[in-house]
Design a protein around this ligand. Structure first.
Ligand code: SF4
Ligand code: SF4
Length: 187
């Protein structure tokens, strides 16, 4: 079945998940280091405040934290970490499928171009995408999404022996005492 967005849906630009566990807080949109300045510049143009936190770091030593960041994340603007700051929820403009418009759609991060594809071989879609709730996690017509995902994977490839994940400290009020902030070594 061909992938197409569900009428009026903006879910993937609003809902943020705890990943990989609640301890790590809610994640944002993955931003490659080469995209960070560009996204900050677009935020300035649109007069938006954005928070970009680290996401994945690497090191050659086991202690002391990462020495290089290989991915950042664009955090949601809501107190609980939801809602991308570039999502236009205020105007009456809508995307072709009726969802809220992305203010930087043509220049959106590679991760947004890849979504909802989360695996390229075999091609797998994110079960949290509203299309998947109705149609399952496989689809055709996702060549550009797959290409973007492969591109991200290639750019994040590393031979470093230690990989670190950043806990954002952000999430729903009722989870606050379970959420950490800072770097944790991946096991
Ligand atoms: S990709 Fe999925 S979750 Fe995102 S707007 Fe389209 S249908 Fe909704
Ligand atoms: S940058 Fe645009 S496409 Fe990406 S999450 Fe934000 S509003 Fe959605």
């Amino acid at each position: 079945m061909n992938f197409e967005c569900i009428q009026d849906c903006s879910n993937c630009c609003i809902e943020r998940e705890y990943y990989p566990t609640i301890k790590f807080g809610k994640i944002g949109v993955l931003i490659l280091p080469e995209e960070k300045e560009k996204i900050e510049a677009y935020a300035k143009i649109h007069n938006l405040e954005v928070s970009i936190l680290p996401r994945i770091g690497i090191s050659h030593e086991k202690s002391g934290g990462p020495t290089k960041i290989i991915a950042y994340q664009l955090m949601g603007k809501d107190f609980n970490g939801n809602t991308c700051p570039f999502l236009d929820t205020e105007s009456s403009e809508r995307s072709p499928h009726g969802g809220y418009k992305c203010k930087i759609y043509q220049n959106r991060p590679l991760a947004c171009k890849a979504y909802p594809v989360i695996e390229s071989s075999p091609i797998t879609l994110d079960s949290k995408c509203k299309f998947c709730e109705k149609c399952g996690t496989t689809a055709t017509n996702v060549n550009q999404e797959v290409e973007s995902l492969v591109n991200i994977k290639n750019k994040m490839k590393t031979n470093a022996p230690f990989v670190w994940r950043y806990a954002t400290g952000i999430g729903d009020e009722h989870n606050k005492n379970k959420i950490a902030t800072g770097w944790f070594l991946e096991i």
